[in-house]
Design a protein around this ligand. Structure first.
Ligand code: ARG
Ligand code: ZN
Length: 845
């Protein structure tokens, strides 16, 4: 019988075209006979009519062996990647058998192999690469799965009914299906839910990795407890499995009862993982677990509603991490990520609404806008309706929509009803792309302090003339001594312009956008004096940190644009904070970190200056040098005060000290040519300190250390990812492309492994901006070469990496020409994947 073709259509899909299926599937019975080259999949689909029309099933790259309806073999019409069944009864059993080759599946979507194990990734549309099915989230079915293979561990969703037999009683869409088979070992524990259910917990890894599972398991138990305590949500199966997979396109996947993780987000030991790795593991374990309610029990009607589960689940994992690690540093870190990734996306050709209205390839929409801006939108909603209103709205959502596939309208209706608020203007946060700009001007006259506020929402692809948004603006006022004279209040701005006035004896210091209460670009020419007062005294950790950042940004931008030097007043303020033993070390580390090169490029561009990547690099280095020189005699003592005696502990308190210590070592390196860093490298007894020292030694231009690192760690894939990335990210800008290019010839460079590909290529594009933007265009050609090379094998990872080009219109005409040449070259390449094709087309538009 004819094969289902790989899907190559480049058709745009529109939200407005959504229609429910005429015939749905209520139960799925699957049996797998696993074989690397010829896996047989038998599917028995219990089908039921719910409206008039044909049944159109999805299948991609399947070799169809047989199809039968109610036991009678048929020859169906197969048109590319669709199977069209006509003249169907109201209820029937559809049986198919197909053959697939997991070993040849390099796209890592559907059923594939990684290091000898079988695993699946079905979100968003990978199930159709396993068997014929209605591969869309509004078709929810119960599942029975049978796995036959000569392997010790055979896993699928739900509860185990016998060797290799699984039953999932909770109706779910295809994208939550999972199968894992291999030679795996588990670290196990148990959890008793608030409802009295005993749950077996397992973290499955390859033999040899068992010693690195305890942190993930601990994070899982804490997540389960947290969701019961904070959201009243208990787990609903007898087992919860987590599997670590080495080859994985994304971070992790929330398959019902069988979460599959990129191994870098599971495996941790003090010797191999950094504090950042531990924090990511905690966050992602929580994220995937929280999806069990926000995503699985209540799922999305269609992929346009992706933020319904992702924005909400990111918001929940951020709340969890704040509780686990401290509010201030977690919130500031999340805001830094949002700005670095989402603001950048929102300002360029890939900008799209939190709920997009069209797409070509849905995998291109697992973006910072859907995830991180989606989470900020939930945070604003909570600010607007209050903590109690939020709890009431969420409770109504769970009660009303459990077991359903929903829309953003369903979600907001729960809040409108629970709180009586009209949320129609708020809905614009889901519809309008672009980061709103909030301009603030202040005036003090005759005892009256006046604030004029103006908001504009910039044009984005396909959207102009936007309406004003609801902006919850949290603010407070301080007096000239830094005493708070007006605690936090939230002004709900709904119009394009607004004015606030206050009767006060003297001009206050404005602390605007506390907690970053709305994801906007704040344009407020606040005086240095006021910023210094905020930096020293503000009660809100975000605005306090932000004041320091604004001071730094202002200096750095002037240094780049006008060659201005760094004033002692600013350097003193930085030094004061750095040496403030009473301040939290993690906060001090955040306050000492200068705005990133990309952040500066974006800000310069926003202020009408064409950013020069080399000048930005030089200015940041000069600023660091000035700070280091000012602190020179303090550095050894400050570092010593960061010591964390005893065995390595990943807890936030210790991580904060290590983070400050690393920041100080980086400054020290600018003064001593890497002497202290070399000593720190030798003395390190954990990977956090080791990586900090390693990258400092590289910064000092000493590459010999890389050979030692390699000799010590070449057996360890995850540590070697760090080795690959660090050398590229910490190469001198002029060497970075050559370093990266040389590393792609290393015997352990495997572009088919997404982590390794991202380590080297991403090490350049994200880790070394001045190197990537080398004036001769070598960085651009290097990236395009690798994108074209990987595109056929793994379009998802390729398309994602291509976003490195999305800021191209910021730069000078020569660089724009060089990048356009590469974009054109890709666009003109025959057989380009739909994934990369869509990205390139959007970036060129
Ligand atoms: N739902 C997963 C998560 O956020 C992400 C999976 C995305 N996969 C993809 N192929 N786009 O946890
Ligand atoms: Zn998610």
């Amino acid at each position: 019988m004819r094969d289902a073709a790989p899907d190559q259509s480049n058709q745009t899909i529109y939200l407005r075209d959504y229609a429910p299926v005429p015939v749905t599937v209520t139960h799925v019975d699957l049996s797998f006979r696993l074989d690397p080259k010829a896996t047989r999949v038998q599917a028995r689909l219990t089908c039921a009519r719910q409206g008039p029309g044909d049944m159109v099933l999805d299948g991609e790259g399947l070799k169809t062996i047989s199809v039968a309806i109610d036991g009678t073999a048929i020859t169906p019409r197969i048109d590319g990647d669709r199977m069209i069944l006509t003249d169907l009864p109201d209820a029937f059993l559809l049986e198919t058998e197909v053959e697939i080759a997991p070993q040849d599946n390099t796209a890592l979507s559907g059923l594939y192999m990684s290091n000898g194990m079988y695993c699946t990734q079905c979100e968003a549309e990978g199930f159709r690469r396993i068997t014929w099915m209605l591969d869309r989230p509004d078709v929810m079915a119960t599942y029975d799965v049978e796995i036959e293979a000569d392997l010790p561990v055979l896993l699928s969703n739900g509860d185990e009914k016998g060797a290799g037999r699984w039953h999932d009683p909770w109706p779910k869409p295809t994208y939550l299906f999972a199968l894992v088979a291999g030679n795996l070992v588990a670290t196990s524990d148990s959890f008793t839910t608030s409802e009295g259910r005993d749950v077996a917990l397992n973290v499955w890894v390859r033999p040899g990795d068992e010693g690195r599972t305890s942190y993930a398991l601990d994070a899982l138990k804490r997540s389960m407890l947290w969701d019961e305590k904070v959201y009243g949500r208990a787990y609903d199966l007898s087992v919860f499995n987590i599997v670590a997979v080495d080859d994985f396109n994304m971070g992790a996947m929330e398959n019902k009862g069988l979460n599959v993780f990129n191994s870098r987000y599971v495996l941790a030991s003090p010797e191999t993982a950094t504090d950042a790795d531990y924090a990511n593991i905690e966050r992602i374990v929580a994220h995937e677990y929280f999806h069990n309610w926000t995503g699985n029990r209540i799922t999305c009607r269609d992929w346009f509603q992706l933020c319904l589960k992702e924005g909400l689940t990111v918001f929940r994992d951020q709340q969890f991490s704040q509780d686990a690690r401290g509010f201030a540093t977690q919130r500031i870190g999340d805001i830094m990520t949002l700005r670095a990734r989402q603001f950048r996306e929102d300002a360029g050709p890939l900008a799209h609404p939190v709920r997009p209205e069209s797409f070509v390839e849905i995998n291109n929409f697992y973006t910072a806008t859907i995830y991180e801006k989606g989470a900020e939108v939930i945070g604003m909603l909570r600010t607007l309706v209050g903590a109690e209103g939020y709890d009431a709205g969420v409770a109504l959502y769970f009660e009303r929509h459990d077991g359903q596939a929903c829309t953003i309208e369903d979600w907001l209706a729960c809040f409108a009803e629970a709180t009586g608020r009209d949320l129609s203007q708020f809905m614009l946060w889901y519809r309008q792309a672009g980061t709103p700009r909030l301009t603030v001007t202040e005036d003090f006259n005759n005892g009256v302090y006046t604030l004029d506020l103006k908001q504009t929402v910039p044009d984005t692809p396909g959207q102009t003339n936007k309406s004003p948004m609801t902006l919850p603006l949290a603010y407070g006022l301080l007096d000239a001594t830094g005493t708070e004279i007006r605690p936090t209040d939230v002004f709900e701005m709904t119009d394009r312009a607004a004015r606030l006035s206050f009767n006060l004896p003297e001009k206050p210091v404005l602390s605007m956008l506390r907690g970053f209460s709305a994801p906007v670009v704040l344009e407020f020419a606040q005086s240095d004096a006021d910023r210094l007062i905020l930096l020293a005294h503000d009660t809100d950790p975000f605005t306090r940190w932000e004041a320091g950042r604004a001071l730094a940004k202002d200096r750095l931008m002037r240094a780049v644009a006008e060659g201005a030097g760094f004033d002692a007043g600013w350097i003193d303020a930085v030094a004061t904070l750095a040496t403030d033993a009473d301040a939290d070390p993690a906060f001090r580390a955040l306050a000492l970190a200068l705005p990133s090169e990309d952040d500066l490029a974006a800000s310069l561009h926003g202020s009408g200056v064409v950013p020069d990547p080399d000048a930005i690099y030089i200015a940041r280095r000069a600023a660091s040098h000035a700070i280091a020189t000012r602190l020179a005699s303090d550095l050894p003592g400050l570092r010593a005060a960061c010591a964390t005696p005893g065995a390595y502990d990943p807890r936030a308190e210790d991580a904060g000290k290590r983070s400050l210590s690393a920041t100080l070592l980086r400054l020290q390196t600018l003064l001593d040519g890497g002497a202290a860093a070399r000593a720190a490298y030798d003395a390190a007894d954990n990977m956090t300190d080791r990586m900090a020292a390693f990258t400092c030694v590289l910064d000092a231009g000493d590459t010999e250390v890389a050979a030692r690192f390699e000799a010590d760690w070449q057996h360890d894939r995850l540590v070697m990812d760090k080795w690959f990335m660090a050398q590229v990210a910490h190469a001198a800008p002029n060497d970075a492309v050559d370093v990266a290019s040389k590393l792609t010839a290393h015997r352990d460079f495997d572009p088919g492994n997404p982590n390794r590909f991202r380590a080297v290529i991403g090490g350049l594009t994200a880790g070394n901006p001045a190197g990537f933007h080398r004036a001769d265009g070598a960085g651009y050609a290097f990236l395009a070469d690798w994108l074209l090379r990987l595109d056929k094998a793994n379009p998802q990872t390729t398309a994602r990496m291509s976003t490195a080009f999305d800021s191209w219109r910021r730069f000078d005409a020569d660089r724009q020409d060089l990048i356009r040449t590469q974009l054109d070259r890709m666009a003109g390449t025959e057989g380009l994947s739909r994934d990369l094709g869509e990205m390139v087309a959007r970036m060129l538009a």
